[in-house]
Design a protein around this ligand. Structure first.
Ligand code: ZN
Length: 274
């Protein structure tokens, strides 16, 4: 039976918490959180087959904004183009300089560092408890924290390749071109980030591995994702176990399917589990 830490809005149209002062609510939440975290700690302690599936919220505590949250970049129009247009394959091919202007300004956060969540996940993997991190993020922070098995559904800003000869380049190579289009030092071809743009399919092999890890997982921790972007969001449906832990600031379509729902800092929760 699902144990919800927060009032489940879908089952009650008139929220009864209206008369509770913010301070009282906070206390109640902390009290419940404490009790519940013990249960989750036990589940994590007993498992050696944990899989983590994370989205943008996993990196916001490192200072990378969640573009899809309210008021985020995806809700604004820039230069007459929406961010979805500018991050599409067509736009990359037709307006490469403008793509790079936008991409470097809004998608690259060069000096970010892993936060408590990234570090805790790397530690759980070292302990042999966590099998894989599946991420929708392109920032490479899991690897920076020491995670080894990281499935990047949307690619990585740290890998870039020549569209002509296939040679790979790191992020520094791309940044050295400043605001001009990076080109290959071998054949002068245009260098493209190894990031899945709109209109581009996800990598089949990565998706297959992600499905397999989730289907076999004993504990699935889903964090920092609204679970609204397909096909990545559909991955959660492959989970067969009884311990889905969902950590997200706002409700998701899968709250009812989760066994624990936490509206908490991902870093705080993950740190408390190691
Ligand atoms: Zn080349």
């Amino acid at each position: 039976m699902p144990f919800l830490l927060e009032h489940d809005e879908r089952h009650c149209r008139s929220p009864p918490i209206m008369n509770i002062l913010p301070g009282m609510l906070l206390k109640a939440k902390i009290g419940e959180m404490f009790v519940d975290i013990q249960a989750i700690r036990r589940i994590v302690a007993d498992s050696d087959n944990i899989v983590f599936f994370g989205g943008a919220g996993t990196s916001t505590e490192s200072g990378i904004p969640d573009f899809r949250s309210a008021g985020g970049l995806y809700n604004t129009e820039i230069g007459g183009f929406s961010p979805e247009e500018m991050l599409s394959r067509d736009f990359f091919l037709r307006h490469t300089p403008l793509f790079y202007q936008f991409y470097l300004k809004h998608m690259i956060y060069k000096d970010v560092r892993p936060n408590a969540a990234h570090r805790a996940l790397a530690e759980l993997e070292r302990q042999g408890k966590l099998k894989a991190v599946i991420t929708q993020n392109i920032d490479g922070l899991h690897q920076m924290a020491g995670s080894k098995e990281v499935l990047e559904l949307h690619g990585s800003v740290h890998r870039n390749y020549c569209m002509k000869c296939g040679k790979f380049f790191d992020l520094d190579y791309v940044l050295a071109f400043e605001n001009s289009v990076p080109t290959c030092d071998r054949c002068e071809g245009i260098v493209k980030p190894d990031v899945v743009l709109y209109q581009e399919p996800l990598d089949h092999e990565i998706m297959r591995k992600a499905r397999d890890y989730i289907a076999r997982a004993d504990v699935l921790i889903v964090a920092g994702t609204s679970l609204s972007v397909y096909p990545a969001a559909g991955l959660v449906q492959y989970y067969n176990g009884n311990n889905m832990i969902l950590i997200n600031q706002s409700p998701t379509p899968y709250d009812g399917a989760a066994h624990f729902v936490l509206r908490e800092s991902i870093g705080k929760v993950m740190q408390s589990l190691i």
